[in-house]
Design a protein around this ligand. Structure first.
Ligand code: IMP
Ligand code: MG
Length: 171
């Protein structure tokens, strides 16, 4: 495995992102982060700790049906949020935007709940893989089309606990 982004690089970028996000909202208004499980849990944990006390959070879990040859684009909700989103400033927090299908599904679903605003933050983006033109307001790093692991991202449920992001060796 080759290290693509070190733990220090990731932390530095998250500090910047947290500052950008907080500057975009009125100071006295709450920001409600919705983390996407499982991959988004590490990014979420670091992002909220880089932000101020006006942040609240919740989690949602989805799974996508994927065949080996192609992604069906079907996304299934595994766990919903416990909190009402109506009238709140909501930000979806996800590990990576790849084809964009998962985030399109989530954005459509959460927008239907009438949040005051809805934005998306992704640690990573692979623009060359996009199938749908999904809007992501906050992106940590734009990367090439390589399969990455660590910092929440898995390969067959492993490597989520790595503190850095690495590229899988070609088998
Ligand atoms: P999308 O619907 O194609 O944008 O898929 C996004 C999801 O695919 C992410 O939430 C990840 O769980 C997974 N994914 C996409 N690329 C990678 C990768 O390079 N490593 C690990 N998981 C990935
Ligand atoms: Mg994921």
């Amino acid at each position: 495995m080759n290290v693509l982004l070190s733990a220090e690089q990731i932390q530095q970028r998250i500090t910047e992102l947290a500052g950008e996000i907080e500057a975009d909202y009125p100071r006295d208004e709450e920001i409600h982060l919705v983390g996407v499980l499982k991959g988004g849990f590490v990014f979420m944990a670091d992002l909220v700790r880089a932000m101020s006390a006006r942040v609240t959070l919740d989690f949602i879990a989805v799974s996508s049906y994927q065949q080996s040859t192609r992604s069906s684009g079907e996304v299934r909700l595994v766990k919903d949020v416990d909190t009402r989103l109506e009238g709140r400033h909501v930000i979806i927090v996800e590990d990576i935007v790849d084809t964009g299908l998962t985030l399109t599904y989530l954005q459509d679903m959460l927008r239907a709940r009438a949040p005051r605003s809805l934005k998306t933050a992704c640690l990573l983006s692979k623009p060359s893989r996009r199938l749908v033109d999904v809007k992501v307001e906050y992106i940590g790093f734009t990367i090439e089309d390589k399969f990455v692991i660590g910092y929440g991202l898995d390969f067959a449920e492993k490597y989520r606990n790595l503190p850095h992001i690495g590229v899988m060796d070609e088998a």
